[in-house]
Design a protein around this ligand. Structure first.
Ligand code: DX5
Ligand code: ZN
Length: 216
């Protein structure tokens, strides 16, 4: 079963409680944290995740687009994240492993994300211990960008690696997902779909979420 994770990057931050309530038919809430260094944009941080946690029981999928995430993963776990995802490009491999160990020690699910430039094989040293791999289907930083068709090959290769080494691991895709691209990424092997503008830009949000639930 495909899981749908609307990104609150496209929500109204002055009405975040209302906008999280509006996606209650989805599976997860995707929270995009950007630091203005790993990516050019700045969004939200630990206090906002803490507040969101007080207002919803939904699964909080926290996507950290920050340099040296080891500095912050513990704080996001304590703030109430259910899953913390760090970018493989954001630090040296030893620090990536240490950051994953910190997430694990908090009893929180752990994931790594790949920018479009990063080879699928980069997940090999970590795959056995991961709960999820996130394949970016746009360059991280902004909502509303066009889906990169070239990432379908990366999704398919990551699916092969997951099936070989850790079949329980989820494969999430993020960027430019709508009803049409959802079919392609699910066919390539994705099972968690992030969507910002396709959900919050729709006049009927439950219908938009339902239209992303394509068959796998
Ligand atoms: C982009 C973020 C995405 C973004 C997706 O860097 O990681 O989660 O919100 O937005 P859409 O679905 O509009 O491409
Ligand atoms: Zn994201």
């Amino acid at each position: 079963m495909v899981k749908i994770a609307p990104s609150i990057l496209s929500a109204d931050f002055c009405n975040l409680e209302r906008d999280i309530q509006r996606i209650h038919t989805a599976d997860w809430v995707h929270v995009d944290v950007m630091d203005g260094a790993f990516v050019p944009n700045i969004t939200i941080g630990v206090p906002v995740v803490k507040s969101i946690r007080r207002h919803t029981d939904m699964f909080l999928d926290v996507h950290l687009m920050v340099d040296k995430p080891i500095r912050y993963v513990g704080e996001f776990c304590k703030a109430g994240a259910d899953l913390v995802c760090i970018h493989l490009e954001a630090d040296h491999p030893t620090h990536i492993q240490q950051a994953l160990d910190i997430i694990e020690a908090h009893g929180v699910k752990k994931a790594v994300a790949l920018r479009p430039i990063t080879s699928p094989e980069a997940i090999l040293p970590y795959i056995h211990q991961l709960d999820m791999v996130l394949v970016m289907t746009v360059e991280p930083g902004f909502g509303g960008q066009a889906f990169m068709e070239s990432q379908l090959k990366t999704i398919a290769r990551v699916r092969e690696i997951i099936n070989q080494y850790n079949p329980q691991c989820d494969l999430e895709v993020d960027g430019g997902i709508n009803h049409d691209t959802a079919e392609k990424v699910v066919a390539a092997g994705a099972n968690v779909l992030v969507a910002g503008s396709a959900v919050y830009g729709a006049s009927d949000i439950p219908a938009a979420i339902a239209s992303l639930r394509v068959q796998d």
